[in-house]
Write a protein that binds this ligand. Sequence first.
Ligand SMILES: [Zn+2]
Length: 291
Amino acid sequence: MQHDELWIGTMLEGNARWVLVKSTDTVEEARRRHGMSPLATAALGRSMTGALVLASSLKGEENVTLRLLGDGPLGGVVAVGNARGEVRGYVREPLVDLPLKASGKLDVGTAVGRGELTVSRSLQNGEVYTGMVPLVSGEIAEDLVHYLLSSEQIPSAMLLGVLVEKDYHVAGAGGLLIQPLPGAPEEDIQAIENQLGRLQTGISELVAQSESMEELLSHLLGKLPYHVLERRPVGFTCMCSKERLSGTLVSLGKKEIADLISDGKAEMVCHFCNEHYQFSMDELQEIWERA
Ligand SMILES: [Zn+2]
Protein backbone atom coordinates (compact mmCIF):
# COMPACT_ATOMS: atom_id res chain seq x y z
CA MET A 1 0.00 0.00 0.00
CA GLN A 2 1.22 3.48 -0.87
CA HIS A 3 1.01 6.47 1.47
CA ASP A 4 -0.15 6.56 5.06
CA GLU A 5 -3.74 7.71 5.32
CA LEU A 6 -6.57 8.26 7.75
CA TRP A 7 -10.13 7.59 6.66
CA ILE A 8 -13.26 8.61 8.52
CA GLY A 9 -16.66 7.12 7.85
CA THR A 10 -19.97 5.82 9.07
CA MET A 11 -21.41 2.33 9.07
CA LEU A 12 -24.63 0.45 9.68
CA GLU A 13 -26.70 3.23 8.11
CA GLY A 14 -25.16 5.95 10.23
CA ASN A 15 -25.57 4.15 13.54
CA ALA A 16 -21.82 4.07 14.13
CA ARG A 17 -18.75 6.05 13.12
CA TRP A 18 -15.31 4.66 12.39
CA VAL A 19 -11.77 5.94 11.90
CA LEU A 20 -9.16 3.84 10.11
CA VAL A 21 -5.46 4.71 9.94
CA LYS A 22 -2.64 3.11 8.02
CA SER A 23 0.53 4.35 9.74
CA THR A 24 3.29 2.00 8.54
CA ASP A 25 5.65 4.66 7.12
CA THR A 26 4.94 7.03 10.00
CA VAL A 27 5.92 4.42 12.60
CA GLU A 28 8.92 3.32 10.52
CA GLU A 29 10.15 6.91 10.48
CA ALA A 30 9.77 7.13 14.28
CA ARG A 31 11.69 3.85 14.64
CA ARG A 32 14.50 5.10 12.42
CA ARG A 33 14.74 8.53 14.05
CA HIS A 34 14.84 7.18 17.60
CA GLY A 35 16.80 3.99 16.83
CA MET A 36 14.15 1.96 18.67
CA SER A 37 13.97 -1.73 19.53
CA PRO A 38 10.97 -3.67 18.14
CA LEU A 39 9.25 -3.49 21.54
CA ALA A 40 9.70 0.29 21.85
CA THR A 41 8.59 0.65 18.21
CA ALA A 42 5.39 -1.27 18.95
CA ALA A 43 4.63 0.81 22.05
CA LEU A 44 5.30 4.17 20.39
CA GLY A 45 3.71 3.10 17.09
CA ARG A 46 0.47 2.07 18.78
CA SER A 47 0.46 5.32 20.81
CA MET A 48 1.15 7.54 17.79
CA THR A 49 -1.55 5.75 15.79
CA GLY A 50 -3.96 6.14 18.73
CA ALA A 51 -3.13 9.86 18.93
CA LEU A 52 -3.94 10.24 15.20
CA VAL A 53 -7.26 8.44 15.70
CA LEU A 54 -8.28 10.62 18.67
CA ALA A 55 -7.09 13.82 16.96
CA SER A 56 -9.16 13.09 13.84
CA SER A 57 -12.27 14.64 15.40
CA LEU A 58 -10.49 17.94 16.14
CA LYS A 59 -9.85 20.93 13.84
CA GLY A 60 -6.66 22.32 12.25
CA GLU A 61 -3.94 23.02 14.78
CA GLU A 62 -5.83 21.40 17.65
CA ASN A 63 -4.01 18.40 19.02
CA VAL A 64 -4.15 15.40 21.33
CA THR A 65 -1.29 14.38 23.60
CA LEU A 66 -1.20 10.86 25.00
CA ARG A 67 1.08 10.20 27.95
CA LEU A 68 1.48 6.66 29.22
CA LEU A 69 3.41 6.77 32.45
CA GLY A 70 3.91 3.26 33.79
CA ASP A 71 6.39 1.56 36.09
CA GLY A 72 7.64 -0.80 33.33
CA PRO A 73 11.10 -0.72 31.72
CA LEU A 74 9.90 1.51 28.85
CA GLY A 75 9.77 4.41 31.30
CA GLY A 76 6.93 6.27 29.58
CA VAL A 77 5.53 7.08 26.15
CA VAL A 78 4.45 10.46 24.75
CA ALA A 79 2.63 10.87 21.43
CA VAL A 80 1.10 14.06 19.99
CA GLY A 81 -1.21 14.04 16.99
CA ASN A 82 -3.20 16.82 15.34
CA ALA A 83 -6.21 17.03 13.08
CA ARG A 84 -4.02 17.61 10.03
CA GLY A 85 -2.65 14.09 10.40
CA GLU A 86 0.72 15.17 11.80
CA VAL A 87 2.08 13.05 14.62
CA ARG A 88 5.28 12.84 16.67
CA GLY A 89 6.39 11.10 19.82
CA TYR A 90 9.06 9.38 21.87
CA VAL A 91 9.65 6.76 24.53
CA ARG A 92 11.94 7.17 27.52
CA GLU A 93 13.93 3.97 26.89
CA PRO A 94 14.12 3.33 23.13
CA LEU A 95 16.23 0.16 23.46
CA VAL A 96 13.91 -1.72 25.83
CA ASP A 97 13.71 -5.47 25.19
CA LEU A 98 11.67 -8.24 26.88
CA PRO A 99 10.90 -11.88 26.03
CA LEU A 100 7.97 -12.34 23.63
CA LYS A 101 4.60 -13.28 25.09
CA ALA A 102 3.41 -16.90 24.83
CA SER A 103 1.34 -15.78 21.81
CA GLY A 104 4.57 -14.74 20.05
CA LYS A 105 3.62 -11.05 20.31
CA LEU A 106 5.77 -8.21 21.65
CA ASP A 107 5.03 -7.70 25.34
CA VAL A 108 4.00 -4.04 25.23
CA GLY A 109 1.86 -4.37 28.39
CA THR A 110 4.82 -5.42 30.55
CA ALA A 111 7.11 -2.82 28.93
CA VAL A 112 4.63 -0.05 29.81
CA GLY A 113 3.75 -1.49 33.25
CA ARG A 114 1.22 -0.18 35.72
CA GLY A 115 0.51 3.51 36.02
CA GLU A 116 -1.55 6.19 34.36
CA LEU A 117 -2.76 7.30 30.97
CA THR A 118 -3.22 11.03 30.49
CA VAL A 119 -5.05 12.40 27.46
CA SER A 120 -4.87 16.16 26.79
CA ARG A 121 -6.77 17.90 24.04
CA SER A 122 -5.52 21.37 23.20
CA LEU A 123 -8.15 23.39 21.40
CA GLN A 124 -7.98 26.41 19.06
CA ASN A 125 -9.41 28.74 21.71
CA GLY A 126 -6.40 27.96 23.91
CA GLU A 127 -8.27 25.67 26.27
CA VAL A 128 -6.72 22.36 27.26
CA TYR A 129 -8.87 19.47 28.47
CA THR A 130 -7.01 16.76 30.34
CA GLY A 131 -8.31 13.42 31.59
CA MET A 132 -6.45 10.74 33.46
CA VAL A 133 -7.24 7.07 34.04
CA PRO A 134 -5.26 4.16 35.48
CA LEU A 135 -3.70 1.93 32.80
CA VAL A 136 -5.78 -1.22 32.31
CA SER A 137 -3.20 -3.42 30.58
CA GLY A 138 -0.56 -1.13 29.08
CA GLU A 139 -1.43 -2.63 25.68
CA ILE A 140 -2.61 0.88 24.67
CA ALA A 141 -5.76 0.15 22.59
CA GLU A 142 -7.47 -1.29 25.67
CA ASP A 143 -6.26 1.66 27.74
CA LEU A 144 -7.64 4.18 25.25
CA VAL A 145 -11.02 2.38 25.12
CA HIS A 146 -11.13 2.49 28.91
CA TYR A 147 -10.27 6.20 28.85
CA LEU A 148 -12.98 7.01 26.28
CA LEU A 149 -15.60 5.16 28.30
CA SER A 150 -14.73 6.27 31.81
CA SER A 151 -13.59 9.81 31.09
CA GLU A 152 -15.76 10.78 28.10
CA GLN A 153 -18.62 8.25 28.42
CA ILE A 154 -18.14 7.13 24.81
CA PRO A 155 -18.31 3.34 24.25
CA SER A 156 -15.75 2.34 21.60
CA ALA A 157 -13.92 -0.57 20.09
CA MET A 158 -10.32 0.01 19.09
CA LEU A 159 -7.59 -1.98 17.40
CA LEU A 160 -3.99 -0.74 17.29
CA GLY A 161 -1.10 -2.77 15.92
CA VAL A 162 2.50 -2.59 14.76
CA LEU A 163 4.21 -5.47 12.95
CA VAL A 164 8.01 -5.37 13.20
CA GLU A 165 10.12 -7.59 10.94
CA LYS A 166 13.20 -9.52 12.06
CA ASP A 167 15.40 -6.81 10.52
CA TYR A 168 13.52 -4.27 12.74
CA HIS A 169 11.67 -2.65 9.84
CA VAL A 170 8.00 -1.85 10.31
CA ALA A 171 6.03 -4.05 7.90
CA GLY A 172 2.59 -2.83 8.88
CA ALA A 173 1.01 -0.44 11.38
CA GLY A 174 -2.51 0.80 11.77
CA GLY A 175 -5.51 1.49 13.92
CA LEU A 176 -9.28 1.21 13.82
CA LEU A 177 -11.80 2.94 16.06
CA ILE A 178 -15.52 2.14 15.94
CA GLN A 179 -18.04 4.09 18.01
CA PRO A 180 -21.76 3.31 17.99
CA LEU A 181 -23.66 6.60 18.05
CA PRO A 182 -26.17 7.35 20.81
CA GLY A 183 -29.37 5.43 20.17
CA ALA A 184 -27.73 2.77 17.98
CA PRO A 185 -29.87 -0.40 18.16
CA GLU A 186 -28.52 -3.30 20.20
CA GLU A 187 -28.31 -5.55 17.11
CA ASP A 188 -25.91 -3.09 15.44
CA ILE A 189 -23.66 -3.07 18.50
CA GLN A 190 -23.81 -6.86 18.49
CA ALA A 191 -22.98 -6.95 14.77
CA ILE A 192 -19.85 -4.82 15.35
CA GLU A 193 -18.76 -7.02 18.26
CA ASN A 194 -19.33 -10.17 16.22
CA GLN A 195 -17.36 -8.84 13.26
CA LEU A 196 -14.36 -7.78 15.39
CA GLY A 197 -14.55 -11.11 17.24
CA ARG A 198 -14.34 -12.96 13.92
CA LEU A 199 -11.00 -11.37 12.97
CA GLN A 200 -8.33 -14.07 13.04
CA THR A 201 -5.52 -11.74 12.00
CA GLY A 202 -4.19 -8.68 13.82
CA ILE A 203 -4.66 -5.24 12.23
CA SER A 204 -0.89 -4.82 11.65
CA GLU A 205 -0.77 -8.04 9.57
CA LEU A 206 -3.90 -6.96 7.69
CA VAL A 207 -2.26 -3.61 6.87
CA ALA A 208 0.86 -5.44 5.65
CA GLN A 209 -1.24 -7.75 3.46
CA SER A 210 -3.65 -5.19 2.00
CA GLU A 211 -3.02 -3.44 -1.30
CA SER A 212 -5.36 -0.55 -0.56
CA MET A 213 -7.38 1.11 2.18
CA GLU A 214 -10.55 -0.34 0.59
CA GLU A 215 -9.14 -3.85 0.88
CA LEU A 216 -8.08 -3.21 4.49
CA LEU A 217 -11.57 -1.91 5.32
CA SER A 218 -13.23 -4.94 3.77
CA HIS A 219 -11.01 -7.25 5.85
CA LEU A 220 -11.84 -5.34 9.02
CA LEU A 221 -15.55 -4.62 8.51
CA GLY A 222 -16.46 -7.79 6.62
CA LYS A 223 -20.00 -7.59 5.27
CA LEU A 224 -21.07 -4.65 7.44
CA PRO A 225 -22.17 -1.80 5.16
CA TYR A 226 -20.03 1.34 5.44
CA HIS A 227 -19.66 4.78 3.91
CA VAL A 228 -16.44 6.82 3.58
CA LEU A 229 -16.79 10.51 4.53
CA GLU A 230 -13.21 11.78 4.48
CA ARG A 231 -9.63 10.80 3.57
CA ARG A 232 -6.53 12.56 4.87
CA PRO A 233 -2.81 11.94 4.53
CA VAL A 234 -0.91 11.28 7.79
CA GLY A 235 2.78 11.32 8.59
CA PHE A 236 5.54 11.86 11.13
CA THR A 237 6.02 15.62 11.48
CA CYS A 238 7.86 17.48 14.21
CA MET A 239 7.33 21.14 15.05
CA CYS A 240 10.92 21.78 16.13
CA SER A 241 13.34 24.18 14.45
CA LYS A 242 16.63 25.83 15.34
CA GLU A 243 14.73 29.07 15.89
CA ARG A 244 12.35 27.44 18.41
CA LEU A 245 15.24 25.88 20.27
CA SER A 246 17.09 29.21 20.42
CA GLY A 247 13.92 30.56 22.03
CA THR A 248 14.23 27.81 24.63
CA LEU A 249 17.87 28.76 25.19
CA VAL A 250 16.93 32.43 25.60
CA SER A 251 14.46 31.41 28.31
CA LEU A 252 17.23 29.59 30.22
CA GLY A 253 18.74 32.94 31.12
CA LYS A 254 22.09 34.64 30.73
CA LYS A 255 23.98 32.55 33.30
CA GLU A 256 23.12 29.18 31.72
CA ILE A 257 23.92 30.52 28.26
CA ALA A 258 27.24 31.93 29.51
CA ASP A 259 28.10 28.40 30.74
CA LEU A 260 27.36 27.03 27.28
CA ILE A 261 29.48 29.74 25.67
CA SER A 262 32.43 28.83 27.88
CA ASP A 263 32.20 25.33 26.35
CA GLY A 264 32.58 26.98 22.94
CA LYS A 265 29.53 25.25 21.41
CA ALA A 266 26.21 23.73 22.27
CA GLU A 267 24.08 20.93 20.92
CA MET A 268 20.38 20.61 21.56
CA VAL A 269 18.37 17.50 20.75
CA CYS A 270 14.62 17.49 20.12
CA HIS A 271 12.98 14.76 22.26
CA PHE A 272 10.20 14.26 19.76
CA CYS A 273 12.20 13.62 16.60
CA ASN A 274 15.80 13.19 17.82
CA GLU A 275 17.00 15.96 15.51
CA HIS A 276 20.38 17.38 16.66
CA TYR A 277 20.89 21.14 16.44
CA GLN A 278 24.38 22.66 16.75
CA PHE A 279 24.86 26.21 18.02
CA SER A 280 28.14 27.95 17.22
CA MET A 281 29.97 30.40 19.49
CA ASP A 282 28.60 33.33 17.45
CA GLU A 283 25.05 32.05 17.64
CA LEU A 284 25.35 31.53 21.40
CA GLN A 285 26.69 35.08 21.75
CA GLU A 286 23.64 36.41 19.90
CA ILE A 287 21.30 34.29 22.06
CA TRP A 288 23.05 35.58 25.19
CA GLU A 289 22.36 39.15 24.08
CA ARG A 290 18.69 38.37 23.57
CA ALA A 291 18.36 36.74 27.01
ZN1 LIG B 1 11.71 17.71 16.66
